[in-house]
Design a protein around this ligand. Sequence first.
Ligand code: GLV
Ligand code: MG
Length: 328
Amino acid sequence: MTEPARPVRPRRSVLAVPGSSPRMLAKAPGLGADEVFLDLEDAVAPDAKVAARANVIASLAAGDWTGKTVAVRVNDTSTGWAYRDVVDVVEAAGAHLDCVLLPKVQRPEQIAWLDLLLGQIEQAVGLPATGIGIEAQVEDARGLAAVDAIAAASDRLEALVFGPADFMASITMRSLVVGAQPPGYDIGDAYHYVLMRILVAARAHDLLAIDGPYLQLGDPDGLRQVAARSAALGYDGKWVVHPDQIDLVNETFTPSQSDYDHAERILAAYQHAISPGGGERGAVRLGPEMIDEASRKMAAVVAAKGRAAGLTRNPTPIPTPTPTPTAG
Ligand code: GLV
Ligand code: MG
């Protein structure tokens, strides 16, 4: 992964808050989620859509969102609500907004539409150009088939987000439990392909990859299991749909202290090994393992995630690297 063009914002846990609920909107800034998105889409009933816009604007302006990534999920581009969602929210409260989350993205043109519209509004109301980012939800067969083109569609893109509920419906997966394995499929993870496809497209375009929700509330073991799977694959975070899910998800997407310490040790040892003082060696032995440039890259990922989560290194001494005859 090269350096991304846009700010990398924290997104281990991404809390969905219905725009139709002033009570939940008022509570959200005080919760521990890294990101909150205020929803105008599927959590809001059709007749409540217009009133929800006003709630969301008021909440963006009034809440103390310090330290959080803040997004609004607008309705998808096939609806008559989408353009007004963007225009009304960004005109009135764009200064408090980090990203617009566009659901049900199937084609790159939909991202290009949002990019242009955001640019016009930024210009009209005096917001910094390209200040507002885009998160794209990939949640059906068409979107997945076009995911590379979608990921390349705008420099505003910051993250690709998997939407399991819509996706399961789109491919007619035979299950009603969002995020759980479909009964009868017993030879692997039914989500592996889609998760990996989105992850590869995200990384190929220097974007974050975010897993969708687990809707079985009151099942922390199930949540832990699915969150740990996508965290292990390399995902940066996961949606949460209830405050009780936040801590568990934050914890799951934070490297363990020992992995973080290990990663920092590899970085320090490798840096020393390639320096003149360390003999300018590219492959060295660190305790029981051999480390080289590829190990450095892997360690850099874990270290970056740990630092972003506020971990600091245990002050254990770095073992002295020793020369090794082989390199991988
Ligand atoms: C989220 O939007 C989902 O469809 O799972
Ligand atoms: Mg959806």
